[in-house]
Design a protein around this ligand. Structure first.
Ligand code: ADP
Length: 298
């Protein structure tokens, strides 16, 4: 499967230019879309799931314009929106059964089997008979994941999936995604502002900032960009206060006589700094703040 996004623009009626000339090719496997709040990720996701029309440009799914083939797209689609909510008096299993029926699963016996398999996969089997409205926030989120996954979608789109999940649930969710990404001919698109969500399971990724794609490639390539720009050093409390003004401090660990900090910087900082291997979080800060001078605090 292949998605080609060509010269895509979205201008909302109030004049906000949310997407600016987006060009991307997304192939089978897991694709990560990373960017700060307001970058345009949700807008792009909503266009991909045919809920929002682009102002100009085209999205092709295996060569077909998705706007002209909405039904076909929706048949193969699983979507977890950022603000997944439901108002229902259905029990948890009934809600999922309903989602499965909507996804086109007609055989009731098979559907019920699939519902329980799915509930088990997201860790909700024990509460299958509880009213879906009475689930905790994290459980509701998992039910959202289950409703998007049921019916074996070939195109799975998740917008800010880990919001509201605790660390255990986050890991569980990542595992579900990586299992899914092993399947052949399935595209998973994961949009997030949390750098840690773009794990090694994403083969490719794009960085979005103010409606523009500023990086597209493998996560390792982004990490390579930060090589030679990440340092570790020990600072006294006084030096630490000064360094905070001057550098991007990524992490701070208390040590004897002060702090051990990690710094992202164009040039090696003065003093006892030691260069260290960058990770994706370092790379994100380096790329956004030093290469394209984006404001990450928006
Ligand atoms: P992200 O998902 O990366 O946070 P969004 O796609 O939600 O970004 O938003 C991109 C920009 O478009 C923001 O400036 C946002 O305020 C604006 N925007 C989003 N939805 C609408 C809308 N329905 N009407 C007007 N502006 C919108």
């Amino acid at each position: 499967m292949k998605i080609e996004i060509r010269d895509l623009n979205k201008i909302y009626p109030n004049g906000t230019h949310a997407l600016k000339n987006i060009n991307l090719v997304i192939e089978s496997g897991m694709f990560g879309l990373l960017g700060p709040n307001g970058a345009g990720k949700s807008t792009l996701m909503r266009i991909l799931v045919t809920l929002v029309k682009p102002t100009s440009g085209i999205v092709l799914l295996d060569g077909k314009d998705i706007q002209k083939h909405r039904k076909e797209v929706r048949k193969i689609l699983g979507y977890l929106p950022q603000d997944f909510r439901f108002f229902t008096s259905l029990k948890t299993w009934e809600f999922l059964d309903y989602s499965a029926a909507l996804a086109g699963m007609k055989n009731r016996k098979e559907r019920l089997k699939e519902v329980d398999r799915m509930l088990d996969q997201v860790g909700l089997l024990e509460v299958r008979d509880r009213n879906a409205n009475k689930l905790s926030g994290g459980m509701k989120r998992r039910l959202g994941i289950a409703q998007a996954l049921i019916g074996n979608p070939k195109l799975f789109i998740v917008d800010e999936p880990t919001t509201g999940l605790d660390p255990d649930e986050r890991i569980r969710f990542r595992n579900i995604l990586s299992t899914l990404s092993q399947k052949q001919d399935v595209i998973i698109i994961l949009s997030t502002h949390i750098v840690g969500d773009i794990s090694s399971t994403c083969q490719n990724m794009a960085l979005l900032n103010k409606g523009e794609v500023v990086f597209c490639g493998r996560p390792e390539n982004l990490v390579n960009e930060a090589k030679g720009h990440v340092f570790k050093m020990n600072l006294t409390p006084y030096e630490y206060e000064k360094a905070k003004e001057e550098y991007d401090i990524i992490s701070t660990i208390p040590v004897e006589n002060g702090w051990e900090v990690q710094i992202v910087s164009d040039l090696p900082p003065d003093g006892n700094a030691v260069e260290i291997e960058p990770n994706i979080e370092h790379a994100y800060v380096y790329y956004m703040e030093h290469k394209i001078h984006a404001d990450l605090n928006v």
